[in-house]
Write a protein that binds this ligand. Sequence first.
Ligand code: DC
Length: 202
Amino acid sequence: MAFTVAIDGPAAAGKGTIARAVADHFGFAYLDTGLLYRAVGQRMLDGEDPVAAAEALRAEDLDHPDLRGAEAAQAASKVAAIPEVRAALLDFQRAFSRRLGGAVLDGRDIGTVICPEAEAKLYVTASDETRAARRHKELVANGREIGFDEVLAELRERDARDSARATAPLKPAEDAVMIDTSDMTIEQAFVAAITAISQRMP
Ligand code: DC
């Protein structure tokens, strides 16, 4: 059986945490589509043409140690506005979404463009301040010296670019279930996601 769960939303809203927990719960495969754009962004930072990099993306590119950093995130957001880059990554994501046994994909355009037919769609969001506070805490815990205001500005810049681009902008699908995690624990957000997805199961 193929069953696709599409999870979209802005940066640091908790999509990845929810997506991973949902995939574990249902025994579905999980794809972090942001990682594909980060890998292309990183290759651009390394001097390559982003379209050529997207067309020739290799599995090992996803293991680059710097992909989780802020520089790769901004580069990802920039290459993600190039239609040819998005086109080059489309088939892989679609094929993944229809693999047997179920799949969870998280990103910005999964419910709108990659998998408009997904059985379940979630749009996970949270206030700017909440998202920035979570990301800031995570960075500080990892030994980074960075101020809250800088993290907030970086998130806002990236969301603005991701929402304003012409091709596949960040926005909720019309039939997405909205989950605002601002005042939720991880456990509560997980329960909300599982409940919404279970209602879409045969
Ligand atoms: O989810 P993330 O923060 O790892 O994503 C990094 C960037 O990649 C994000 O700012 C925009 C882009 N992206 C996208 O355009 N479409 C996706 N499906 C996933 C990510």
